[in-house]
Design a protein around this ligand. Sequence first.
Ligand SMILES: C[S@@+](CC[C@H](N)C(=O)[O-])C[C@H]1O[C@@H](n2cnc3c(N)ncnc32)[C@H](O)[C@@H]1O
Length: 468
Amino acid sequence: MGRHCLERLPGRSGAGLCRHSRGDHPRVLLRRPDGDPPDEVSARCRVRHLFPGAGTTGGVLARWLTGAGALAPAGQTDVAGRQPEGGHAVTAAGTTRLPPQPLQAEDVARRHAPVLLGRCLDLLEPALATADANGEAGRGAPLMVDCTLGMGGHTQAALDRFQGLRVIGIDRDPQALRLAQARLARYGGRFLAVHGTYDQVAEIVREHAPLLAGAADGTVDAVLMDLGVSSLQLDEAARGFAYSRPVPLDMRMDQTTGPTARDLLATEDAASLTWILRVYGEERFASQIARAVVRRREAGNPVTTSQDLADLVRQVVPAASRRSGGHPAKRTFQALRVAVNSELEILETAVPRVLNCLRVGGRVVVESYQSLEDRIVKRALVSGATTRAPHGLPAVPDSDRPYLELLTHGAVRAGPDEVALNPRAASVRLRAAARTRSVQEAPAPEPRGGPYARRTDTSNRRGKAGKR
Ligand SMILES: C[S@@+](CC[C@H](N)C(=O)[O-])C[C@H]1O[C@@H](n2cnc3c(N)ncnc32)[C@H](O)[C@@H]1O
């Protein structure tokens, strides 16, 4: 769309969009369905939110310029801030606090498009269909745990597809839980939302499965993990995940607890920050960036906003390296996010616990969006699918048989059509497995201090976590 076209927009809308523009993507304020202050998001995101399938910001604004107009759904506002009947004005220039709105299930659905949805459900089907047909003597209703409920997209599709299915949805983000709960309210007692981290899966299943699905043995039929952050978290400027915004660097998925990214930058020494950037972000210029952060802190001008950090990284990373691999601060932001939320440590602990919650024949599907996550998942699944018997034995003793069967060959990727519609799908790697032996016979081992655990002693933080 560009500044030139934006400037042609009449009155305050044009000025506001122009002022808020970043390259081709103007920033506008997005009304939050829970009534909190509106958030600044890219107009492209806003357009997709209001007009799924509308294509680009340019398309909608072009209709506006030519007088065709872009009609917002009832009760919502169009991109240019006009107020359709029954709606509330959200202007690009204004910052007015909006009155609370009743939550619309469709609003929630638009905030995040589930990735590889059909493939996930197809992979889980044999476990849920068996349970559905009461193939397992003494089991209650089929039960799935969605370890990363998010906006509830995967869960909603599973509830629609599998008759009688019950779902326990876990998320550490209270805002996501609230929104998903509202979206899934119509499924009544078939769905339960639980606030927590997914490494608590065993306790959560023990506590809630008996009442929800009549399953009292601590196992479930299926587990889904769709790792990382949701589009909701990324899009909301105030959460501090996005680059170059004049907002505090928070990055906590659960904003009720724990230190923020700003706290880490204010307290960790250069060695520790280097370790974080190198191991969690695979950043080549980790030590240069870490030293620059500490220098600024010592000069009394600490890095506190996402804009500060993006600017600092841009200054530190040599120009030649800035030309490839996307935004130069991408790896730094990823590393801080992983550290703030202890993402890899929790995942390493969680995967064997998830595997130990599956009944025989139960299935797990995991979607990862970065190589470090995928490495953890792959290692656990491949290890469970590999016999422990020494090579060359004429027959594998029962006790050494693998306890998993891999359901995917390597990692499944999204096709170009899905990526075109949902860019988040570009980096997905999906892996799935089924339990072939009971947890009593063959428990998945708990990890012992994996390579991603942060230590207070920084002496061994210099190396890269080993590939396994
Ligand atoms: C990619 S989104 C899931 C989207 C969801 N599948 C959907 O269709 O709407 C990932 C979600 O997992 C949550 N999450 C990330 N790490 C978590 C953890 N360790 N424990 C619980 N939830 C976590 C995030 O808060 C986020 O809401």
